[in-house]
Design a protein around this ligand. Structure first.
Ligand SMILES: Cc1ncc(COP(=O)(O)O)c(C=O)c1O
Length: 396
């Protein structure tokens, strides 16, 4: 097999033919799968006992041909041996923790992570007797917080919502030296911009809902890595049942074919919007790792091929002035997701962090004037013109 570039893999990987000769992978909607004879069944079961992953399936909770094609494509894109698709990004993250952590173990998480990931650690895992600590997304802080019981290091990069970039080479090295499993949620990066496995971490997680699906029309998650490291999740998934449907897998296969085209355009749009905003008097601060003003600019330049479509920024505005600005944007819909072809915008204080008091939000750095913009694939001049007119609506 020729070694192939990412743009080729997005189109072809995982889809190596089917019995119908169709160009696209069929959606196989069947819950059970038939064995011609009992002898066939026995030989399948014997094979399954010896092998860890097989393409032949017997029941939809344990696997499906359309889902398998999508898993193989995702594994190829991130340079992993195997991938397991789950029912959401959160299903991927919670199943990862449940598959690997036992009472007494210590989980080290960086603190600027998706709110629900942090919530699962701080509530459910602690209730289960697992020690959980949160540290700033810098290697020195991670190294200083290691304990003899540390079993896993988990971080996002870039982080949500402040786009901090974690040095994944250093995290991988730390894990290998100490025999600790390392897992990176690279949802904001995508394999177009960063392939954490090549930097020495054990497992990559994505909310497939975002860039990988790419069209704001599906919910799924994935964990990718060496087959032996993915297997505990697959086994647990067979019990929990948090699978995706073959129809979702088909939408994903279709979306992935244009992944590089979409994400490169979103990289361009993200950088264009971030650069524009940085020059605006009504904008107090822009968080985008492709800008030299970002604290992680150097590590981002070293390890990433692009910086993504998410731009967070702080306005010189209070909660309601910021809401007026968000309402005035005509091209970006107000919605709590990111990574799709349509630009979306959200005000974290009023969406993800709505239930928190102003003081609690302040402690997390979620100020009233904070806005998170996710660039779609629209024309960047049109996006900027929209920001110009919306900024004019902020009156002091
Ligand atoms: C970085 C990151 N990881 C995980 C998730 C959860 O993904 P899902 O919504 O697919 O469960 C999100 C959701 O916003 C996210 O931003």
């Amino acid at each position: 097999m020729l070694s192939q570039q990412l743009d080729t893999l997005t189109v072809h990987a995982g889809e190596d033919g089917n019995s119908y000769g169709s160009v696209t992978t069929p959606v196989v909607r069947s819950a059970p799968f038939v064995f011609a004879t009992t002898a066939d069944l026995i030989s399948f079961m014997a094979q399954k006992e010896g092998r860890r992953t097989t393409d032949r399936v017997e029941y939809g909770r344990y696997g499906n041909p359309t889902v398998r094609a999508a898993e193989k494509k995702l594994a190829a894109l991130d340079g992993g041996e195997d991938a397991v698709l789950l029912s959401s990004g959160m299903a991927a993250i919670t199943t990862l923790f449940l598959a690997y952590l036992r009472p007494g173990d210590h989980l080290l998480m960086t603190n600027d992570v998706y709110r629900r990931s942090r919530q699962f650690g701080e509530t459910f895992l602690r209730q289960m007797g697992i020690q959980v600590s949160m540290v700033p997304p810098q290697v020195e802080a991670v190294a200083a917080a290691l304990r003899p019981e540390t079993r896993m290091i988990f971080s996002e990069t870039p982080t949500n919502p402040f786009l901090r970039v974690v040095d994944v080479d250093a995290i991988g090295r730390l894990g290998r030296e100490r025999g600790i499993l390392t897992a990176i949620d690279a949802t904001f990066a995508t394999p177009v911009n960063l392939r954490p496995l090549a930097h020495g971490v054990d497992l990559v997680v994505h909310s497939v809902t975002k860039y990988l699906g790419g069209h704001n029309d599906l919910i799924a998650g994935v964990v990718i890595g060496a087959e032996a490291k993915v297997q505990p999740l697959r086994t647990l998934q067979g019990i929990l049942g948090n699978i995706i449907s073959p129809d979702t897998a088909y939408l994903l296969l279709r979306g992935l074919k244009t992944l590089s085209l979409r994400v490169r355009r979103q990289n361009e749009n993200g950088l264009a919007v971030a650069s524009f905003l940085e020059g605006e008097a009504k904008v107090a601060k822009v968080y985008y790792p492709g800008l030299p003003s970002h604290p992680d600019y150097e590590v981002a330049q070293r390890q990433m091929d692009g910086f993504g479509g998410v731009v967070s920024f702080m306005l010189h505005a209070d909660l309601m002035q910021t809401a007026h600005f968000v309402d005035a944007l005509q091209l970006s819909a107000i919605a709590p997701s990111l990574g799709g072809v349509e630009s979306l915008v959200s005000q974290p204080a009023l969406i993800s962090y709505y239930g928190l008091t102003a003081t609690e939000r302040q402690a997390l750095g979620i100020c009233d004037g904070l806005v998170r913009f996710s660039a779609g694939i629209e024309d960047s001049d049109d996006l900027i013109a929209d920001f110009v007119q919306a900024l004019e609506r902020i009156v002091y």
